[in-house]
Design a binder for this molecule. Structure first.
Ligand code: ARG
Length: 467
């Protein structure tokens, strides 16, 4: 650990006040290039905007500004082609500046006028996550579309709806799938919300206090597509609320995916056997030849914990930091990148699973045979005739008990079986107890009756397409 590094500190952006060398282990320990290199495009884009502004304000001559812009554009073209060079610069900002110096010479040293890595990294990171928000939105929409298509395909599938994982009342499978379309709609709102608040410019805050140079922050904001300029230089370099919000939005997406995947895993099990998951999203067992395991869904459920961890890590990293910049803030990137990569991958896998998933209509319906999920219908039937609901509920409960004692499902009970419990029970109750009738009766807005679900599909489609 303590071997002195041969690497002279003077090779760094900040080498002037150091005489000796940086410990090699510390250099490796504090370097962020291995993970912040993915922000190289944002670093160059923001540097080009900064260089243009330095020229426009007369802080640099227009020739110098143009040299910097040309050099940075050439670098962008080159790296787009070749990828990034592997080297031991400490971060992406150092790599861009030192490579620019190799290309355009000493003028590269003027790029950092009126700028610090503190406002630079905050700017790059916001630009990167802004793209991340756009990618998330598109991917969320893709999954919504797959769910809509599946809801349409399975519009006639009736299955038990649950509370407490006990049969509650039958619902349409399409209704169940649409529930997720609305959840993902809220996720998209949250992503858009996070995007709105992160789309403000830190650049120009310099290290923490602003700068004496007559910079034009509004110009840089316009060039980079930021909607506003952050008003306080200390806040600009110290704030990572936007990253927390981004991670919170990812966490909620993952929580939704995890709940859905848990359901897919249950539905695909032999106990339920309601859905057939696409083979290409399952794997087999090395010992049990019959296995078709829902690995995709399980892994998404598992990765949810990891994204929650990214959020908690970020909050914990921030909670004790005095203003303004502290090196701790460098820990913001890996968790945000991990959450973005993980959430995008999980959304894509879920979309594939949903597109290929088929309900086994007969099995889903058969799950209702012999159950008591029509009990609320009996209570509603009596309540409609003026019996107070509480009393009607009691009568229906007694009928459930009798059915259980006879080993029958509610729909199999005869008039003679039920009439002893209430003189108001007549022949017309019997057809109301079949699963399809129970579903058809739920005609309230947002309910599971087929015509309501069709309306809901139309509304969901309009919501997904932003109409
Ligand atoms: N790699 C650093 C980060 O990610 C860049 C900012 C460095 N600033 C500094 N004062 N050391 O936060």
């Amino acid at each position: 650990m303590s071997t002195p590094s041969p690497d002279p500190a003077s090779g760094k952006l900040w080498g002037g006040r150091f005489t000796g060398s940086v410990n090699a282990a510390l250099h490796a320990f504090q370097a962020s290039l291995p993970f912040d290199m993915r922000m190289w495009r944002e670093d160059i884009t923001a540097s080009i905007a900064h260089a243009r502004m330095l020229g426009a304000t007369g802080i640099l001559s227009s020739a110098e500004s143009q040299q910097l812009v040309d050099g940075l554009e050439a670098l962008r073209a080159e790296w787009t082609h070749t990828g990034l060079p592997v080297n031991d610069q400490e971060d992406i900002h150092s790599l861009v500046e030192s490579t620019l110096r190799e290309r355009v010479g000493a003028v590269a040293g003027k790029l950092h006028t009126a700028r610090s890595r503190n406002d630079q990294v905050a700017t790059d990171f916001r630009l990167y996550l802004r793209n991340g928000c756009d990618a998330l939105d598109a991917t969320l929409q893709g999954l919504q579309r797959a769910l809509l298509a599946s809801a349409e395909l399975h519009i006639d599938v009736v299955m038990p709806g649950f509370t407490h994982l006990q049969h509650a009342q039958p619902v349409l499978a399409a209704h169940h799938l649409l529930a997720y379309v609305w959840m993902l709609g809220r996720d998209r709102e949250r992503v858009a919300d996070a995007r709105g608040r992160l789309n403000r410019l830190p650049l120009g805050a310099a290290a923490l206090a602003g700068t004496k140079f007559p910079i034009d922050r509004e110009m840089v904001a316009r060039e980079l597509g930021f909607a506003a300029v952050l008003e306080n230089s200390l806040d600009a370099v110290a704030d990572r609320d936007f990253a927390v919000e981004f991670l919170a939005a990812c966490s909620l997406v993952m929580m939704h995916l995890s709940r859905f995947c848990e359901e897919l895993i249950l539905w695909a099990s032999q106990e339920f056997f309601w859905v057939d998951l696409p083979e290409e999203y399952c794997t087999g067992s090395s010992i049990m030849p019959q296995k078709k395991n829902p690995d995709g869904a399980e892994l998404i459920r598992g990765k949810t914990g990891r994204v929650f961890g990214d959020l908690l890590g970020m909050l914990t990293m921030l909670k004790g930091l005095p203003l303004a910049y502290n090196k701790d803030l460098q820990e913001d990137k890996e968790s945000a990148f991990d959450a973005l990569d993980t959430t995008l991958a999980c959304l894509e896998i879920t979309t594939g699973m949903v597109s290929g998933m088929r309900f086994r209509r007969e099995r889903a319906l058969a799950a209702l045979a012999g159950d008591m999920s029509a009990a609320t219908e009996i209570a509603d039937y009596l309540a409609q005739q003026g019996v107070p609901f509480r009393e009607a509920h009691h009568v229906s409960g007694e009928i459930v008990r009798a059915a259980e004692a006879q080993g029958k499902g509610l729909a199999e009970m005869t008039l003679a079986d039920m009439q002893p419990f209430s003189p108001l029970i007549r022949e017309d109750l019997l057809p109301l107890l079949s699963p399809h009738a129970v579903v058809a009766a739920k005609t309230s807005r947002g309910g599971t009756a087929p015509e309501r679900v069709r309306e809901q599909l139309d509304r969901a489609r309009a919501m997904v397409d932003g109409e």
